[in-house]
Design a protein around this ligand. Structure first.
Ligand SMILES: *Cc1c(COP(=O)(O)O)cnc(C)c1O
Length: 411
């Protein structure tokens, strides 16, 4: 960043401080990861400049030869990675991808059945705070109060009653596998379209370490920065018959020019995700999350659904009498970043939810394994037993930095 340090030292300093924060602290945010630096190089490339409205060989700007080759390669790599009939790699984010799917095939006011935010769903699935809630008529399903696993029989009954035009699956804080075949059947039974938002788990799906929704869903959306290990950006996969509607909905329907630098970064991300080392890393991510869950349970913590099948665990802190906000702050001061999260049937206010969500993707990207997971859980337990002890936070922070020095960020 030699030029930036001369032209804008303030921003240069913030970037350096952020690099330092990343390297000296431990990222347990389930939605985050440490991308390969090659991905950031692609993101910072001259492709950030080009205006290229439209699609390869059908642009509204001249000079798109390299842009066309780039986007075609990204589409081809993405289709191959997920075994999809069509991929649109232009959405600027996961939420933008969801908007484009909704408006590709639905009319304002149409009925959509999706997972409730407080049970693990996402804002863009019709939560009150999201503008999606104002455009469609939403109904929400959740998990069973006993098992805390998705209640498929209840979804079937709701679908029969509501007769939605679309059924949406996918979540941000759900530690279990989703039965896509069952949901596809439920959707087909009421002639609803079936969309899966696999933002969190796209890396696990790409590596084939958990089942893929692609064979079962009409549309699959995701982001490239979570388990997939890329940088920010959205993608839509769909069946060939929906290709024209999806492409028109992304551009000109919902977006203008594509961010070609982001598409370059997505293409590199897909290339890396197709390699054997990526599969091993995703397997290790699940193993680390499982171990984290078991170690927490041994120390008396209650996990939502009693464990995990993917990259995250959700701790129910209510029996411990600590708010998720307090837990998040105590950990953050010690250099451990996680996020407060509602747990199903939680009636706490949104700023003070009863849970804490922990993810294994970023620690796994640094090469951490079972020993480090056990150490991290020991720190978390110590901090949560004494959530107001500031000296303890400082001493754990020293230990965290020492561990981080042994596990460099991906290079
Ligand atoms: C993270 C997430 C998104 C949002 O992606 P952005 O890139 O932040 O827009 C969408 N859906 C689900 C289920 C997510 O977990």
């Amino acid at each position: 960043m030699a030029l930036l340090s001369i032209c804008d030292p303030q921003i240069d300093a913030l970037i350096r401080n952020e690099e330092k924060r990343l390297s000296e602290t431990i990222d347990l945010i389930a939605a985050e990861n440490h991308p390969a630096p090659a991905i950031l190089e692609a993101l910072g490339s001259v492709f950030a400049i080009k205006a290229a409205e439209g699609y390869p060989a059908a642009r509204y700007h001249a000079g798109c030869d390299q842009a066309d080759a780039l986007e075609n390669l990204a589409i081809e790599r993405c289709r191959r990675l997920f075994g999809a009939e069509h991929a649109n790699v232009q959405p600027h984010s996961g939420v933008a991808a969801n908007w484009a799917v909704y408006f590709a095939v639905l009319q304002p006011g149409d009925r959509i059945l999706a997972m409730r935010l407080s049970h693990g769903g996402h804002l863009s699935h019709g939560a009150t705070a999201s503008a999606t809630s104002r455009c469609f008529s939403w109904a929400h399903y959740g998990v069973d109060p006993e098992s805390e696993v998705i209640d498929y029989a209840a979804i079937e009954a709701m679908a029969a009653r509501i007769r939605p035009q679309m059924l949406v699956a996918g979540a941000s804080a759900y530690p279990r596998r989703i039965d896509y075949a069952r949901l596809a059947d439920i959707a087909a039974g009421v002639s609803a379209l079936f969309m899966v938002d696999m933002a969190h788990i796209a890396g696990l799906v790409a590596a084939d370490v958990i089942p893929s929704p692609v064979p079962h869903a009409d549309f699959v959306t995701f982001t490239t920065y979570k388990t997939l290990g890329g940088s920010r950006g959205g993608v839509i996969l769909c069946r060939e018959k929906f290709r024209p509607a999806i492409d028109r909905s992304v551009f000109p329907g919902c977006q203008g020019t594509p961010a070609l630098n982001m598409i370059a970064a997505k293409a590199v991300c897909f290339e890396l995700a197709a390699q054997p080392a990526f599969r091993a890393r995703q397997q290790q991510t699940i193993a680390n999350a499982r171990r984290m869950g078991r170690a927490l349970e041994k120390r008396g913590y209650r996990l939502v659904s009693g464990g995990t099948d993917n990259h995250l665990v959700l701790i129910d802190l209510r029996p411990r009498g600590i708010g998720g906000d307090t837990a998040e702050k105590a950990l953050a001061d010690a250099g451990l970043f996680a996020n407060r999260n509602p747990v199903p049937f939680d009636d706490a206010p949104p700023g003070r939810p009863g849970g804490l969500r922990l993810g294994a993707p970023a620690i796994t990207a640094r090469g951490m394994g079972p020993e480090e997971v056990d150490q991290i859980v020991e720190w978390i337990d110590r901090l949560l037993r004494h959530p107001q002890d500031l000296a303890l936070r400082r001493s754990v922070r020293e230990e965290v930095s020492a561990l981080c020095r042994r596990f460099a960020l991906p290079s």
